[in-house]
Design a protein around this ligand. Sequence first.
Ligand code: BGC
Length: 766
Amino acid sequence: MHYDKENLWQIEQQGFDEQLLGKTEAVMALGNGYLGTRSSEEETYIGETRDTFVAGTFNSFDENEVTELPNVPDMWGMEFSFDGQRFSLSHGVVRDYSKRLNLKNGELIRTFIWEFEHLKLKFEFRRFVSKNRRHLLFSHLQLTNLSERAVNVKMRSGINGQVSNEGSQHFTDGEKGLMDGKFIQMMPVTTHSRIQFVQTVEHKFDKIISERPETGRRSFFMNYSFELAAGSDVSIEKRGSIYTSNDNDIENHELSAIREVAVQELHEIDVLSYEELLSESQYAWEKIWSKHPIEIESENFRDQLAIRFAKYHLHAMAPSHDERMNIGAKGLSGEGYKGHAFWDTEVFMLPYFNFTHPDIAKKLVTYRYLGLDGAHKKAASNGYEGAQYPWEAANPADGEVTPVWGAADIVTGQATKIWSGFIEQHITSDVAFGVKQYIDVTGDDEFEVEKGYEILIDTAKFWASRLEYNVATDQYEIRDVIGPDEYKEHVNNNSYTNYTAHWNVAYVLKLIAHLEASEPEVYARLDAKFDLSVLTEKLSAKVDKIFLPKATVDGIIPQDDSYLSKKILDLRKYKESDGVDSLFHEYNLEQVNQMQITKQADVLLLMLLFEDLFDREQKLKNFDYYEPKTTHDSSLSLSTHAILSADLGKLEQSYDFFNQAINIDMGEYMKSSDAGIHAASLGGIWQMIVFGYGGVRMVNSKLRIEPHLPKEWSHLEYGFDYQGEEISVSADRNQMTLTKPDDGHEIHFLNNNQVYTLKNQLTISI
Ligand code: BGC
């Protein structure tokens, strides 16, 4: 990948390389939260993954498979032949190849000159997914004939349903038709969820051409042919739209009505040029960029680029239009993790939205409210009470959708069972924690009263039923779980799980007492639902007896009951290798389970999220103990380490983690993003900057602002929303200045254990 310090809004690939297809498809993916699409080339290649997804349109391929986001028939493809020669960059000479994404307006541009025998043609492809008209996507080709003679051009373009999710075909073919003589329409339906799709495509040329429609199995193309005189060029535009019967912005979900809406919209924009449509979309992006811009003065220009890269993708993937869906672990940029949402949302991405786009954050937490039924279903099927959130979530009401079988074990050759859906239970307290953070940061009382309390109480109710009594110790334990470190399966008393469950229960006890004393109406409503006095009794009988693993004599909080007695392996060689699975070329999961090898921040994440439970000394000791045993094989790990080490004053090490974290997707390793970009890691980039170096934190419902910049940074500007106020921070190594409009209410915050009040502007030395 190529980055240019003169253009900190651009990521670029220079020179065509088929090895890089997966990488550029994902890191340059386009999207608007409603739909997302990988940036595959117009012409096809072996090894490409040509994906387009519409958020929330889950389907299961057959009864034995969990739901996934179906790969929608492709609308970007264009096949060319010139004087009978099929066009492909796999042959001929390619000059000046550049594929670049402009993060500012979400436009992808691909330019090159292709020479083959007597042919010499110049291509300029441009495309974008509209940010303001969510159903629409546009592409434009300016093709110039640089050959010495006229060239006969043939082009085949339309909608191609011969795509799948790694072989799983999610659509029945459906009707096809030509509307108003020029709009190609395909109407596939998902096989089980029966979601009706309507895809429409229109082509526009600036010269007269001859055309012939061609419908095939799962496809509808137009064949065009024309002569391109030597030295002349042609402009070819392709406009497309995707609607579905799941859309919340159309009232009538009958097929004929959706078709009509789709065609109508294309008619309406007929007068607008590609440029005009792009500038409308750019304007929508501008609104995002102008909200709390982050400016970093750093010795390394990629730091600035990284935050733009992260924000771009977060907004390309977040379904800001609909609370019935959430953000998949790979966003809408790949088939990895099937479009499912994980704790990645609450712990890694939600903070960004809480602090900068509370309207989007609200949708994300409301999704969890809508998920209560699914969570009840999961709890009940496991013999528990309350709400047990699914480890992987798709449609909110579906409950658990984690697949049961994964990759083959290198020792036994058998498929490995994926236990997360059964026993990775910390997701339930993560959801509760996320909801509480949302409420604290935004001050959204309405959500708190109408939805938040229920989530918090129902999750605490789950934990109360989940705890297991140990007669010998007179304590409640949580046995047979997976903590954040997924390399340890079936462990007892994972510290992260026990501490966060304890927080969930203890907080709800306080909450119920508060409601009873001061909000009688709310109390009565929730009492009718949860029988609060009985619940209080249950919770209080257990809360002080929840086993919270204590530090050893060396100050180490055990990750679980058995971790510290396991064998230690020197991990340096695996940590230095590029891929995330090098360890598994030599060991299987069972063997890794028997060693002190941690996949990702576990105890250390606990220390970051619940920082006031542990003192600095303890954090330092645990950091030094666990980090060398952590492979960072999950993209959720490095940002936690970067922030915690910044908190601990290890800024040099922190900045090293920061660099590794931004390289997860932006780095040179070609294969890292093939299955899609790492959504949680993008949230992590924002957190490393604003939480880590900007020093912002919400601890125990109190805001703290304590910047500390790495030595490579001389200045940092950022901003955030806090309880309805917009705060801007400008920090260097010696002081910070906070500003907010003076017409709002005062903000209180902590800095070095001192409470400050911000009215309009305040400067504090660091
Ligand atoms: C990580 C999980 C994460 C999931 C989805 C896994 O590799 O271990 O913590 O939730 O990926 O990103």
